[in-house]
Design a protein around this ligand. Sequence first.
Ligand SMILES: [Zn+2]
Length: 616
Amino acid sequence: MIPYRVVLVASAAMLRLLGPLQAQRTRSAATTAPPARSAPITGIRYDVRFDSATAQRRTIQVAMSFDVGGGKDPVLLSVPEWTPGAYEISGFARWVSRFSASAGDRPLSWDKADPDTWRVRTAGPGRVTVQFEYLADTLDNAMAWSRPDFLLFNGTNLFPYAEGRGFDFPATVSVKTQPDWLVATGMKPAREPLTWTETNYHDLVDMPFFIGRFDYDSMTVDGKVTRLASYPTGILKGDTRTTFWDQIAKAIPTMAAVFQETPWSTYTVMTIFDSSYTGGSALEHQSSHVGIYAPMMIGTPLLASITAHEIFHAWNVKRLRPADMVPYEYARPEPTPWLWVSEGITDYYADLALVRGKIVDSTIFMGLTAEKIQTVAEAPPTALQDASISTWIHPTDGTGYLYYPKGSLAGLLLDIAIRDASDNRHSLDDVMRDLYRTTYKRGRGFTATDWWGAVSRAAGGRSFAEFDARYVDGREPYPYDATLKLAGLRLAADTMREPRLGLAGAPDSAGVRVTAVQPGGAAETAGVRMGDILVALGDVAITDPNFGPAYRARFKDAEGQDFSIKVRRGADTLSLTAKVRLIEQVNAHVELDAGASPKAIKVRSGILTGTQTGER
Ligand SMILES: [Zn+2]
């Protein structure tokens, strides 16, 4: 998953990652009822109907049918509490309505056994069908969302399973829709048209669906069929589509080189662009990912970076995974201290994919690294392990997603340490490949012993116990100066207090529109709302989205002083009173070290190009 919001107030021309969106969601409590066991069911089939009629009601018609043996025990059908990759309890049962159960023409009685479980009383052996509607109204890559001509859904949302019967059962999915609408999914096609199958529930619910009108094409990348589905039609066309395809084609081989295999038979990049969405968020699967983006991200390196991040997950987390999440459980959270590896190191490899694939140059790579250093410096000191565990509760202090940038930087520091210790003969790539082969390929998840063992092996036996204690389990500041020097890089950082509004704006036809308002910031306190058009900040007229430098220069010596924020809201022009707030900012730059040793230059070049000494 990557949940970054994009903020355009920064003076840099490059889009800036200013930290994660705090998802505002209703959480249902995880169920703690005693383990229950359903009567066994077989021959499971899910029929999904979404057409222009159901689209009007934003609903999906779902029918699940299965065979029962005729015993006395009821069938217990549960829908998941969460979608793997989106580490939060969502309780998808809350979008289910009009549930019914029948055997042939005979209605069956049912009730709820727990908040996400239906208890169906069967009557003798035979085929049972349960039907319900699912409300597809949430624009979120872990959920279901519809428009009059389009549907996104995840299997976790609407495919019930028999509780307590394990997840090793085959199932078929069939889709009924408009004759001229398309269906995109990573599921394996079955014999009947518009029918797909998987051999177990984990794979079944890891294959999101697009149904409706969208642009859909494919090309061969790294020897495998790769598809691109984008909604709405026409938004990613011509040059921007060609550029995006080019970025995908350049990024994948750099990542496949790390593991020395491309593990999918086909891969589907599924994208939704919607102007109501601020920034971008994407969710990984084993052979696809779903990204939801603000249209202004089209053509940016940030879109390429998120795409690379999600594709790297096909190896790291969908296959190579912490033991705490093997197997996935769907009725309860699975916290792990290892999301800094699953997410942070994935994000390090997204940056590497951009530079190794020559999508961006090394200056941008150093800029992305500096942004991460800055984000970590501005957050409360937080251990990687603690941030990983806490993400499930969405901490309010801004550290809930800190394992992304901080874990990415841990990846860089470990990569440098390994390359330095081995004179660039080994790297973090060896660690990832070693773990992939020794854990995932042997059917298990990785543990602390596996991880630190692989790191130590790659570094010629060096112990990383102190690194773990100080920087992974501990909260000490990273040793940037000493470590970056080993890779011919140096960090220049200064701290300053600058006026900050706490809002993000983006240009549209009406002017510079407010696209995000930071809770408790100067703009929010003054009454600025999302959707307002910015007209002036005091005597600084807002004519282009890059107004930050002019605002900061005008008010840098005016802490606490009142000034007016003039905005247009609908037909009204409002003058809101704000107070100048100076916020501590860290400005970090990563530069080439002019005095780098030949060894450090070799390490730097190894990182940027993905090569090790002694490789062909
Ligand atoms: Zn991710």
